[in-house]
Design a protein around this ligand. Structure first.
Ligand code: NAG
Length: 367
């Protein structure tokens, strides 16, 4: 049995780099975490470099991501490791731009600084978000994405390691299409509706991130449930449908669910319900606390999603004659209900994180 060292103490998302003496946890190669990693490529959802490092060392984690919350937490933490990244970002921007332009450059630079460190810890993709305030602006999103990629490449990390994260708006889809033409891979995030997944694939996005947990939240808030058999959980149903549609219509786009809730109620052992119900999905993003729960269980894990069977069972025809247009996208989003609600809410939350960081960086420039 292989035994890996894991930190059990680091489940929080708040960056606290440089802490020594993590508690150790054994992860066996028969654990649910190992079983899942054998069928689904796993990514960790944490902005804490120590946490990313420890889970990467287990060999079960391939990718990692930053997001506005993690970047903002890093920027505001005051921890020496992150403070050095902020100082570098501010100094970098100060000599290259001024005013608002310098602030936005410093924010992108900080995200890249964090991403560069993460790229040394995992062997797969590292996602970096384009300023979420630009989610409805194709031209500006393109410019920022290209600039982020240029900074990575200048630091020696090729574009093949990076995913540019864009919100799943119509403009995000058009931005993705152009970036993919330029050889820049995109992660379309905040996917809550089937039509978003269809359009992202038609426009060639490398990867999408649907959020089963938040889809479940939306349905529960409207009186559904309150508990579901995991296979009938609306978030699980959405992700399974997307997976099957992609396999049936030979879309290479990776379906990578993230955001998890218990389907069957609040008992702690139900926290991984949606993960277990989507085992076999191309990829998944999992936060440290749930990775730990999977690591602690030796129960057998059944593969649920399998490409051939899913393709054969999918009854949904290709939508929109090859390419869904803007009118069809918007009308199907409106009809979905959950899609536009949760997309707006997700953007709003990331905007708040971004604004906090913006204010902190601005204060640095004014010193
Ligand atoms: C893509 O973005 C989502 C949402 O932020 C994230 O959870 C996921 O880990 C990202 N994927 C990769 C491979 O970085």
């Amino acid at each position: 049995m292989l035994v890996f060292a894991l930190s059990a103490a680091l489940a929080g998302a708040r960056p606290t780099a440089g802490r020594a003496s993590p508690r150790m946890l054994a992860v066996s190669d028969t654990s649910q975490l190992a079983q899942l990693a054998g069928m689904t490529v796993l990514s960790i959802d944490s902005g804490n470099l120590d946490v990313v490092r420890e889970y990467a060392h287990t060999g079960f984690i391939t990718d990692a991501t930053t997001n506005p919350l993690f970047v903002s937490q890093a920027g505001l933490s005051g921890d020496a490791v992150y403070a050095a990244m902020v100082d570098e970002a501010v100094a970098y921007a100060q000599v290259r731009a001024s005013g608002d332009e310098a602030v936005s450059l410093a924010m992108d630079r900080l995200a890249v600084n964090l991403g560069l460190q993460i790229s040394k810890l995992v062997r797969g993709y590292v996602s970096t978000e384009v300023d979420v305030r630009l989610s409805f602006d194709v031209e500006q999103s393109l410019a920022r994405a290209r600039r982020i990629i240029a900074m990575y490449e200048e630091a020696g990390v090729p574009r093949s390691r990076i995913l540019i994260k864009l919100a799943g708006t119509w403009e995000g889809m058009l931005t993705a299409e152009q970036l993919q033409r330029e050889g820049i891979d995109v992660n379309i995030t905040l996917v809550f509706a089937f039509i978003q997944a269809v359009v992202a694939a038609q426009r060639g996005a490398r990867l999408i991130s649907p959020f089963p947990g938040r889809v479940l939240d939306w349905h529960k808030a409207r009186g559904a449930g309150p508990t579901f058999a995991p296979a009938e959980d609306p978030g699980v149903v959405l992700c399974s449908q997307i997976y099957a549609y992609y396999k049936k219509h030979a879309h290479a786009t990776i379906c990578m669910p993230a955001s998890w809730r218990p389907s069957r109620g609040s008992a702690p052992e139900f926290a991984i319900d949606e993960i277990v119900a989507l085992a076999g999905s191309d990829r998944m993003t999992i936060p440290p606390a749930l990775l730990q729960q999977l690591a602690a269980s030796e129960d057998p894990l059944q593969r649920v999603l399998e490409p051939k069977a899913a393709a054969a069972a999918c009854t949904i025809d290709a939508l929109g004659d090859g390419k869904v247009d803007e009118a069809l996208f918007r009308s199907m989003m409106a009809a979905d209900g959950c899609g536009p609600d949760k997309l707006a809410e997700g953007i709003k939350a990331f905007v708040a994180d971004t604004e906090r960081l913006d204010a902190a960086i601005r204060a640095k420039f004014e010193k």
